[in-house]
Design a protein around this ligand. Structure first.
Ligand SMILES: Nc1ncnc2c1ncn2[C@@H]1O[C@H](COP(=O)(O)OP(=O)(O)OP(=O)(O)O)[C@@H](O)[C@H]1O
Ligand SMILES: [Mg+2]
Length: 244
């Protein structure tokens, strides 16, 4: 389990400031959900944390160490990332799960692969199936197993269910929540959906135009009396069709 602390982060992309004054702490084992409109900077924030984006100002510390002091390889072993749509490589499910580890010079035993599949709630009988045969939900759970193969202690999830139908969404949500309660993982989960934030998140960060508007529980944020008007407006948009 990693702790993450971000101080006064600023990021520019394509000549435009896309994140500013971002300060944030995520405790070991915490699941933080990040929500916000399209273009608010959610993916950019995740990308900063594993150095896919280089920040202009501020600092990101993982377990107390500035991430720029770590090699990119070291950092990306500790920080796993899952995207909206993952692409399986040619080959079997087992080949796919072992791939990342092989790049790091490590060969996973069959037992280890089956254990990773169990952790990711991926049915064991799929182990020798061609990965391209998987459904969208199974493909995302394969991506989870693949990320877990490197034993990350922080998992960044960028809208992991946005490309899935409601049933596959539930299966991936359940897999991630089970993983969270059983594995020693800290998670940051980007979502378009207040509904999803309510289902999975203890604490929610609302981004707007690259700034943190509020960090709070979903219930507090959306309380009609004490809640944040902008959060409520966002939830209204959410209900009006962003995504349930
Ligand atoms: N490669 C890039 N070059 C320049 N600007 C970019 C680039 N990628 C993203 N941006 C800008 O950064 C801002 C934040 O984008 P980002 O992808 O982080 O938003 P997001 O909240 O993840 O949106 P979405 O919900 O659509 O995924 C947007 O204004 C976007 O136009
Ligand atoms: Mg995004």
């Amino acid at each position: 389990m990693s702790t993450l602390s971000i101080r006064q982060l600023r990021l520019r992309r394509g000549g435009k400031t896309v994140l500013r004054d971002i300060s944030l702490k995520v405790a070991a084992g915490e699941l933080l959900v990040v929500i916000g409109r399209s273009g608010s900077g959610k993916s950019s924030l995740l990308r900063c944390i594993n150095r896919l984006n280089d920040i202009e100002a501020g600092a990101i510390r993982l377990d107390g160490r500035d991430i720029t002091e770590l090699s990119v390889t070291q950092l990306r072993r500790t920080v796993g990332m899952l995207f909206q749509k993952s692409t399986a490589f040619e080959g079997t499910v087992a080949d796919n799960i072992g791939y990342g580890a092989r790049l790091h010079g490590q060969n996973l035993s069959r037992a280890a692969i089956l254990e990773l599949m169990a952790q990711a709630s991926l049915e064991a009988e799929l182990v020798d199936e061609p990965a391209e045969k998987l459904s969208g939900g199974q493909e995302q759970r394969l991506a989870i197993a693949r990320a877990l193969a490197l034993s990350p202690s922080l998992l960044l999830l960028d809208e992991p269910t946005s490309a899935l139908d409601p049933i596959a969404t539930k299966s991936v949500e359940a897999a991630l929540l089970r993983l969270r309660s059983e594995a020693n993982l800290t998670m940051i989960w980007v979502s378009h959906s207040i509904g999803q934030a309510r289902r999975v998140g203890s604490r929610v960060l609302l981004l707007e135009e690259g700034r943190v508007l509020r960090v709070d529980s979903v219930d507090n944020m959306l309380n009609p009396e004490t809640g944040d008007a902008r959060a409520l407006a966002f939830a209204g948009g959410d209900e009006a069709g962003l995504q349930a």
